[in-house]
Design a protein around this ligand. Structure first.
Ligand code: PRT
Ligand code: MG
Length: 212
């Protein structure tokens, strides 16, 4: 049996075509069902639904044999115990710094200055500002980062941006692009050896079906 960990929403939706390429069809709709374990048309493959940030943890400890997780999530997790064979090129976005449209970011990040940044991605943010020689006070948030600069909680946020419409709707502007983000296939290292006969063909089929 192979257990695949996915999060609901864009990762689930964008993984479906890759599964289809391997002849795997999830036979229940996660948006309609309350089930957390979804069967597929194959007796030896099932899908477990977990929070996006929990996918690496499930795979690391063998709660799932493989999973799909954003690079943002993997960077914060650290990737320990995970084999990452493929960039699936799905759920694409970028990680950026954003500020209020009336905030003078250039002055705020002069060498040796100090800035207050709210983010879910404290590891990436810490590294980014360290590289620039800017002292940063990090405020860890779990959601609605966009609100932080509007309420005076922080000068800037580090968040994911795709269309940019969330920033725009909240009078924020993207002032720096830190990195491009896409989702990766992650595999439990022990499973890779013990379930090689099931996993290897699946990884190869996914590799051939990655969207351009
Ligand atoms: O939503 P929930 O709190 O349950 O969990 P999650 O946000 O961790 O999961 P989900 O499903 O929203 O995101 C899963 C993965 O999709 C992330 O880890 C990213 O790798 C990837 N991804 C791709 C995105 C986006 N695009 C994205 N736009 N994740 C989040 N967003 C958010 C962003 O944080 C911001 O609030 O969408 C908003 C911006 O979108 P635009 O289009 O307005 O710019
Ligand atoms: Mg989300």
């Amino acid at each position: 049996m192979l257990t695949l960990a996915l999060s609901k929403g864009r990762i689930f939706e964008e993984t479906l075509p890759l599964l289809a390429a391997a002849g795997i069809r999830v036979t229940e709709d996660p948006e309609k069902s309350r089930k957390l374990i979804l069967p597929t048309n194959r007796d030896d493959v099932r899908v477990v639904l977990v929070r996006a940030t929990d996918v690496p943890t499930y795979v690391q400890y063998g709660g799932a044999d493989l999973g799909v997780a954003g690079k943002d999530v993997l960077l914060e997790h650290g990737g320990e115990g995970l084999y990452q064979p493929l960039d699936l090129n799905i759920a694409k976005c970028r990680m950026s710094v954003a500020v209020r449209d009336d905030f003078d970011y250039a002055s705020a990040v002069k060498q040796g200055s100090r800035i207050r940044v709210a983010t879910k991605y404290t590891e990436v943010a810490r590294q980014h500002f360290a590289d620039k020689g800017v002292h940063v006070d990090l405020i860890k948030l779990y959601g609605s980062m966009e609100l932080a600069p509007l309420t005076g909680l922080a000068d800037a946020i580090v968040d994911l941006v795709s269309t940019g419409s969330t920033l725009k709707a909240n009078h924020l502007v993207e002032v720096e692009r830190i990195m491009d983000i896409s989702s990766r296939l992650v595999v439990n290292q022990a499973a890779l050896k013990l379930k090689r006969d099931l996993l290897r063909p699946l990884i190869d089929t996914f590799a051939a079906a990655i969207p351009a």
